[in-house]
Design a protein around this ligand. Structure first.
Ligand code: NOJ
Length: 541
């Protein structure tokens, strides 16, 4: 595979609303991000994925855009944005923008026009259909509960919204929509950004009349056209959000010969703790054997053919240390264990803000304290279906998106140093113990572990390009694998549990050194290892 700069890069995701507030209005902003660039430089990341900063009425916190070429007032101005791009570039950090083009806000001018009448020039920018038997055209559900069709009195037709009813879906069967989107993308590329993260990009090829939403037949034609007309001749990173991808589908997107995207986010590992065929709120414990099988599949099947992204977290997912680690007794050990497993695999690692200091999930007592539209809609929907309040709250505690959205914990000061005002969402009360200041100063912190993992990736091509072999596939406590490139070999062994666990590597006698561990005095005897709770070791053998 041709080498690319993003093969050995590490990406850091910022959710601007919760990152750093510079002006005391309780909402994070662009100037706040600029203030913290040196912190990100210290961590060692190369790229920032910025969740949406465009003008938006915030029905879905910026994923409902009313003007793609303007900045959300609470976040600052276009001048601030230009400054952020420059200041980041000065530090060797690229800014990847969030591209949300499956839908817009209902306040976007295109939709305001489209809604006016059936013969408005913008009518076909969106998906309008007549009622069928006086009802919704069909049964497509919205991801945020209820039907994906909303009736509009004015014209007597329904419009499609796969997310909230304030996020109408663009009609990608209309070539004019393509042109508008490509012009907008070039506007941003001309500013010197480092690429795009593409929101639910697998939905743009939808055929609503056939109830096909993901992976529609024209999807890849559209992406090849987009590539050609926008970023194809620029050296940028593009990553598509694709919930239903298999390795075969991933290769369609990111085989370099097909000229589509650099990589995708696949979610197969993320879906393992929900009941099959049900919703994410229908919980089931993680089975480690399944987790290993999924990683094994992706690591081996894309090798040399396409590129993986590596992540545990983002702004839609619960905090990994609370989810599959241990956020009480072994918070530091388990956060480092999870980081180690992911960061020594092949692919581009993504760190979500706060993950690098081991931030944890939140539990609000009342549903009114939550902000997230998905959470609130689901609560209403399940209450109306007679689920018990306690059961719904349990799902929200485990999976709600606000787990990831509480403000960044910078210090032990009031509101975790995030704002001098009243934060838009409550700060997790553990900020006195878990914060950046404490983490940066403690050589044994989770932060410093992430730093070392990033340094290792920069130093060792075997981490970037080595082949992957899963070990101990049937062991339900141990996650272990090797990486190998040109005779250089790494062995990663992790105990995924809070009990001691045994592991042995019996492929001849080896000279062994330890590159990184989350415990002091880890053992060198790989033929006969006893691992402490959540112990994770990277050996060079
Ligand atoms: C995926 C985004 O990550 C999520 O936050 C958003 O609500 C939906 N797409 C709709 O844009």
């Amino acid at each position: 595979m041709e080498k690319k700069w993003w093969h050995n890069s590490v990406v850091y995701q910022i959710y601007p609303r919760s990152f750093m507030d510079s002006n005391g209005d309780g909402i994070g902003d662009l100037k706040g991000i600029i203030e913290k660039l040196d912190y990100l430089k210290l961590l060692g990341i190369d790229v920032i994925w910025l969740s949406p900063v465009y003008k938006s009425p915030n029905d879905d916190n910026g994923y409902d855009i009313s003007d793609y070429c303007d900045i959300m007032e609470e976040f600052g101005t276009m001048n601030d944005m230009d400054e952020l791009i420059n200041e980041a570039n000065n530090r060797g950090i690229k800014i990847v923008m969030d591209l949300v083009v499956n839908h817009t806000s209902d306040e976007h001018n295109w939709f305001v026009e489209s809604r006016k009448s059936k013969d408005n020039p913008y009518r076909d920018y969106y998906v309008w259909r007549d009622p069928v038997d006086g009802k919704e055209p069909n049964d497509i559900p919205s991801v945020f509960s209820g039907s994906a069709w909303e009736y509009d009195e004015l014209s007597g037709q329904y419009f499609l919204h796969l997310f909230s009813k304030r996020q109408p879906d663009l009609n990608w069967e209309n070539p004019k929509v393509h042109e508008e989107v490509y012009n907008m993308m070039n506007f941003w590329l001309d500013k010197g950004i480092g690429g795009f993260r593409m929101d639910v990009i697998d939905l743009i090829g939808k055929l609503p009349d056939q109830e096909i939403t993901a992976n529609g037949p024209k999807l890849h034609d559209y992406l090849q056209e987009m590539n050609k007309k926008t970023f194809g001749n620029r050296d940028v990173l593009t990553v598509g959000e694709t919930w239903g991808a298999t390795p075969e589908i991933a290769k369609l997107y990111s085989d370099p010969d097909r000229h589509e995207l650099s990589m995708i986010f696949q979610f197969e590992h993320i879906l393992l703790d929900q009941q099959e065929g049900k919703e994410k709120w229908d919980l089931k414990p993680l089975n480690l054997l399944e987790l290993k099988e999924v990683f094994n599949k992706w690591q081996t099947q894309l090798d040399g053919k396409a590129w993986n992204s590596l992540f545990w977290n983002n702004h839609d997912l619960p905090r990994i240390v609370s989810r599959w680690g241990n956020d009480t007794e072994y918070r530091k050990e388990s956060a480092k264990m999870l980081a180690t497993l992911l960061h020594v695999m092949q692919g581009t690692p993504y760190i979500y803000q706060g993950e690098e200091i081991g931030m944890t999930n939140i539990q609000f007592e009342k549903i009114e304290e939550y902000d997230d539209i998905e959470t609130k809609n689901m609560y209403k929907d399940r209450i109306s279906k007679e689920y018990k309040h306690e059961d719904i709250m349990e799902s929200i505690y485990a999976k709600g998106r606000d787990n990831a959205r509480t403000p960044m914990q910078w210090s032990g000061e009031i509101h975790g140093g995030f704002t001098k005002g009243q934060p838009w969402l409550m700060v997790n009360s553990n900020y006195k113990e878990i914060n950046v200041e404490e983490s940066v100063n403690d050589p044994d912190s989770i932060f410093n572990h992430y730093r070392q993992l990033i340094e290792l990736r920069k130093k060792l091509p075997v981490i970037v390009y080595g082949s992957f072999e899963m070990l101990a596939e049937n062991d339900d406590k141990i996650f272990a694998y090797t990486r190998e490139l040109n005779g250089e070999k790494l062995l990663v062994v992790a105990n995924f549990t809070k009990e001691n666990a045994e592991f042995s590597y019996n492929r001849g006698v080896h000279e062994v050194s330890i590159l990184l561990s989350n415990y002091k005095n880890s053992s060198f005897s790989i033929e006969n290892l006893s691992l402490r709770p959540f112990e994770a070791i990277v050996y060079k053998i």
